[in-house]
Design a protein around this ligand. Structure first.
Ligand code: ADP
Ligand code: MG
Ligand code: MG
Ligand code: MG
Ligand code: MG
Ligand code: MG
Length: 589
């Protein structure tokens, strides 16, 4: 959720009056940061992941499971607990998320350059889950913390504990199924964000997801709840709030470059990997209680968390602020920026005058077309050389698949970083660690072997859509480039290689083999992770999305009608509890 400093958020009307001023502050702050840090060199390879975890409550007697609105109670307890933990390896930093049933855990300190860190990620993730689970268990035995990319019946009927009222009067966005009380009560930003998105866009959120047509799915399928809504399409599941997106959970990884140059290089090489990793991480086949025809959450968020007005949507080149990273950053890749995005010429001219390279200036010229959505009253005019509030605020409220994070002004230890943001969160810590470590190793491979994976941005954009298709990992081809070789190939070829390309997993294996500072234990762990990635890509292991589909299709009470009943959801989520707590005794009594 980006910045979390507390204060009084301004209304959208108040922000609107200050927009020009805020943009000027933001530009000045960016110039200041750039001039201060453009020559910074030799920062170490630090990195770290973020996992968004979901709280649920089971009612075993009635075979139901609900989203548990409790993170505002758990977070203060967890923060106290971690203050008292001396061993920094086991300290966790917890953050609130937009919805009160989600919280985010990150390692207390970033991982370092030593290869042994590849072997600590999973333990750190397990530690997060266990810390929270222990506190939940002290209170009841029916609450669990899980990593669920999207809760199956999120937005369908009654789906929270405690139960909350829903319908028009309970939603600033006029949503029929996602009331405001889903938001974290102690997190004023998220309330302000959802209100201001709604006021800025001046129309209801309308997300339509193609339904998976099974043998008994009504034809055409119509979502009863929205039958009077002109926006709804036949054969689609309908979502009507930004909270439909805010409640989804992702898996992110941040990498520090040794300089701005290396950070930009990593950003550009990670850009074409966004759809590849999204596809491998696919975990979202069910939406609002129906089996859909897509596997991932990304495009749903792009539509749900979209603050554009109807006018802006019609303009070409004005994308949602939740979107694929729209541009490569290095001048040498500018010919690949083949989609003509809106830009603020004033910003670009100023930045170029200050010595910023043209393509990077263009990146910011585009970033600045998005208005800030949450501004704290206390920070509006607090502008001096020690703060970069307005720049950070603009940068952190554009949710692209990659984010370039410049060094903060108040922290001399932190350098230029790139955040990799597309992946769906996985059910188990093992899978989450595998994806995170794989991407981390890919950054090392990119630098060590000087890979060039860049393809035109329009092709990355197309790959992003393709990644969402049902079972894209086995059925679809993706644009891919390696050296002088560009083609549309299957995920299996990208990951495991073909006659023209060695494959990403074999490249990582080679790198691991050549790395001298690595113990046997770490090599073994990495190999298990590589096997998971490799086998997902060759189709012998299922993605979470395919596994969830198979679970539903083979459930004894499933009626071939695309409906995920309370009972199916209960059994599915209970199965997830067993997977994530596989060494513990569990009881449903
Ligand atoms: P945000 O929510 O803004 O993306 P978070 O603070 O939640 O940021 O997460 C940032 C991630 O970056 C964490 O995993 C953290 O360990 C990691 N991190 C912190 N400092 C650095 C650094 N200097 N270089 C790389 N990664 C870092
Ligand atoms: Mg988060
Ligand atoms: Mg975070
Ligand atoms: Mg989220
Ligand atoms: Mg993040
Ligand atoms: Mg698109």
């Amino acid at each position: 959720m980006g910045l979390l400093s507390e204060g009084n958020p301004l209304s959208w009307a108040e922000i609107k009056l200050a927009l020009q001023q805020i943009r000027t502050y933001g530009l000045d702050q960016l110039v200041h940061i750039f001039n201060k840090y453009k020559d910074r060199q030799k920062d170490p390879f630090l990195w770290g992941d973020e996992t968004e975890l979901t709280l649920v409550r089971f009612d075993h007697k009635n075979k139901t499971v609900r989203l548990l609105l409790k993170s505002h109670q758990l977070l203060p307890i967890l923060n106290e607990l971690n203050k008292k933990t001396d061993d920094k390896e086991y300290r966790i930093t917890w953050h609130p998320e937009g919805c009160d049933f989600v919280m985010e855990g990150i390692p207390f300190q970033p991982y370092g350059s030593s290869s042994s860190y590849f072997n600590t990620v999973e333990a750190n993730m397990r530690q997060r889950r266990e810390q929270a689970q222990r506190i939940l268990c002290e209170q009841t035995d029916c609450d669990y913390i899980l990593s669920i990319a999207v809760f199956p019946r999120y937005g369908q009927g009654q789906y929270t504990y405690p139960p909350i009222e829903y319908g028009l009067p309970y939603s600033v966005e006029k949503s029929l199924c996602y009331p405001d009380s889903l938001l974290s009560p102690h997190h004023p930003r998220s309330k302000s964000l959802s209100t201001n998105i709604s006021e800025r866009r001046q129309s209801k959120v309308s997300v339509n997801i193609p339904i998976f047509k099974d043998s008994r799915t009504p034809s055409p399928f119509r979502d009863e709840l929205f039958k009077d809504d002109p926006d709804i399409k036949d054969d689609h599941i309908h979502l009507d709030s930004s909270l439909a997106g805010l409640g989804c959970s992702c898996l992110q990884v941040t990498f520090q470059g040794e300089s701005i140059k290396e950070a930009i290089h990593l950003y550009d090489q990670l850009l074409p990997l966004c759809p590849i990793m999204l596809c491998l991480s696919a975990a979202c086949p069910i939406w609002r209680g129906y089996l859909s025809d897509i596997d991932c959450r990304w495009n749903i968020l792009c539509e749900a968390i979209d603050a554009r007005t109807a006018e802006e949507k019609k303009q070409t080149g004005f994308p949602s602020r939740y979107a694929l990273a729209p541009l490569y950053l290095a001048d040498k890749n500018k010919h690949l920026n083949d989609i003509d995005y809106s830009i603020d010429e004033y910003i670009i001219t100023n930045l170029i005058d200050q010595g910023m390279p043209e393509t990077l200036s263009r990146h910011y010229g585009h970033l600045f077309i998005h208005d800030p959505l949450v501004v704290l009253e206390e920070s509006l005019h607090t502008v001096d050389d020690t703060t970069s509030y307005h720049f950070e605020n603009i940068n952190s409220h554009v949710w692209n698949s990659l984010r370039l994070k410049p060094p903060p002004l108040n922290d001399t230890l932190t350098g230029w970083r790139v955040e990799f943001r597309p992946m769906d969160i996985q059910i188990s810590d093992f899978e989450n660690a595998a994806l995170v470590v794989f991407v981390a190793l890919l950054t090392r491979v990119i630098i060590a072997y000087d890979l060039d994976l860049t393809i035109p941005i329009s092709q990355v954009d197309e790959n992003m859509d393709i990644a969402h298709y049902r079972d894209s990992v086995r059925r679809e081809k993706f644009y891919f480039r390696y050296g002088t070789y560009t083609s549309q190939i299957f995920m299996n070829e990208i990951i495991n290689g073909n006659k023209d390309f060695p494959g990403l997993v074999p490249l990582v294996r080679k790198y691991v083999h050549e790395r001298e500072d690595m113990d046997e234990n770490t090599r073994h762990t990495i190999e298990q992770y590589l096997l998971l990635i490799s086998k997902r890509a060759d189709g012998t292991l299922l993605t979470n999305a395919s596994w969830i589909r198979e679970f539903v299709l083979s459930h004894s009470s499933y009626k071939q009608d695309s409906v995920i009943s309370e009972e199916i959801q209960y059994d599915l989520i209970w199965k997830m509890v067993q997977i994530t707590n596989k060494h513990k005794k569990l009881s449903t009594n």
